[in-house]
Design a protein around this ligand. Structure first.
Ligand SMILES: *[C@@H]1O[C@H](CO)[C@@H](O)[C@H](O)[C@H]1NC(C)=O
Ligand SMILES: *[C@@H]1O[C@H](CO)[C@@H](O)[C@H](O)[C@H]1NC(C)=O
Length: 383
């Protein structure tokens, strides 16, 4: 190719905004530091986008492709193996500050995410994601640990679960001199035989209008939210163990740092956790990912919870062959040439910036994928 041809190509590319399509999309190594930083930011963004449930943490990068878009930066296509933590999404903590759940109560799965990184402009943003999670196999846990607590329904249909929440919250209220709290909802429940039946629950609480003198009977108020908004202020972990002689009750509550603005609305307070990009390259999470969401009405993704894989296998055993255990669909387009994605709102000023989005790539990983897992137990790796 002569210099003239290169010049012509370059001019063409610059004129028509199709620059990015000229770059090939390339697989990258899953343990690459920049890839890990991208995965970190993408997961923070996904967590911040949630209104309900528990935060996810990265177990490993399963596959990754980068599509360089010249002056606009890069669009990453990430496949992330994730684990549920014990931090509620409303805590707005950094997922790295949250503990993953013990093996017997693990919830694990896979996310696909598009992740836009523009280092010079300090933009980090996940325009789209989808995740699919399942609880760890109860059957396999039972083999290893027949006495471990087993998950129980949280939908209030089990009176024991409700009792455990109400009685433990009463205990908390008794020791709370200033404010009283009431139950919003149970978010997790397990049961176990200890010296009698024991129930372990996690639940959201809100401030209660009741004062101390009315405290008893005040824990349970689902319908008094006319005057006070139903804003959960914390997550409690409680337990109730029953014996013939006595009930044992325990409770601890973790209050959310701030009533941060709703996800995606405006610069949320608080530190967003460490980044693994080097200092001079580090994009500023504060003024970036959370800046603006073009339209609150359009969700960027969903986290889908499926049942224990064993239950499903039993049901389908005589049916069609094995389906994907953790199906995650993320296709903004099926056009192999790609489609434009308007990201102007991420830039300050009246600019029009468009990324090119391709169908989510399949197959062809470099040898360095998947990356090294934080937890290598096959029970929590989506295969
Ligand atoms: C508790 O609330 C009731 C009614 O809401 C009120 O009459 C009573 O004075 C309050 N007691 C205290 C100690 O604030
Ligand atoms: C995300 O998953 C849902 C199903 O869970 C699907 O309807 C939706 O189209 C997916 N989003 C994208 C962008 O593919």
């Amino acid at each position: 190719m002569g210099p003239l041809q290169i010049l012509v190509l370059g001019t063409l590319a610059a004129c028509c905004g199709a620059v990015a399509a000229l770059n090939p999309i390339l697989p990258r190594a899953c343990n690459d530091l920049e890839v890990l930083a991208a995965a970190d930011f993408a997961l923070q963004d996904i967590n911040r986008d949630q209104k309900d449930g528990y935060m996810l943490s990265l177990n490993r990068v399963s596959a990754v492709w980068e599509h360089r878009q010249d002056s606009l930066g890069s669009l990453f296509y990430l496949v992330l193996d994730v684990l549920q933590t014990d931090c509620h999404v409303l805590s707005r903590k950094a997922w790295k500050d949250c503990a993953v759940r013990s093996l017997h109560e693990s919830v694990y799965g896979q996310c696909k995410a598009l992740f836009y990184l523009n280092k010079p402009r300090r933009i980090v943003y996940a325009p789209a994601y989808n995740c699919t999670l399942r609880p760890v196999s109860r059957r396999k846990i039972y083999f290893m640990c027949p006495d471990c607590p087993i998950p129980t329904t949280t939908d209030m249909s089990n009176p024991k679960v409700l009792d455990a929440a109400i009685i433990s919250l009463e205990k908390f209220n008794q020791n709370s001199p200033l404010k009283q709290y009431s139950l919003v909802k149970v978010t997790k429940a397990t049961s176990q035989w200890v010296v009698g039946p024991a129930f372990f629950v996690e639940y959201l609480i809100k401030e209660s209008p009741c004062n101390k003198s009315q405290a008893s009977g005040c824990s349970l108020q689902f319908s008094d939210s006319v005057s006070i908004p139903e804003l959960p202020v914390g997550l409690c972990k409680g337990s109730l163990t029953q014996t013939d002689l006595e009930n044992f009750v325990s409770v601890t509550c973790d209050f959310f740092a701030t009533q941060a603005p709703a996800p995606g609305t405006q610069n949320s307070a608080g530190n967003q956790g460490p980044s693994t990009l080097s200092k001079e390259q580090e994009p500023h999470q504060e003024n970036v990912a959370s800046t603006v969401t073009p339209s609150e009405a359009v969700p960027r993704g969903t986290i889908q919870y499926l049942p224990d894989l064993d239950d499903e296998k039993l049901k389908n055993s005589q049916g069609e062959g094995s389906r994907e255990a953790f199906p995650v669909q993320l296709d903004l387009t099926t056009n192999p040439q790609g489609e434009p994605l308007d990201v102007s709102f991420l830039f300050s000023g009246p600019v029009e910036e468009r990324l090119v989005v391709l169908p989510f790539p399949k197959g062809q990983h470099p040898a360095e994928c998947p990356g090294k897992p934080q937890d290598a137990n096959p029970l929590v790796l989506p295969l």
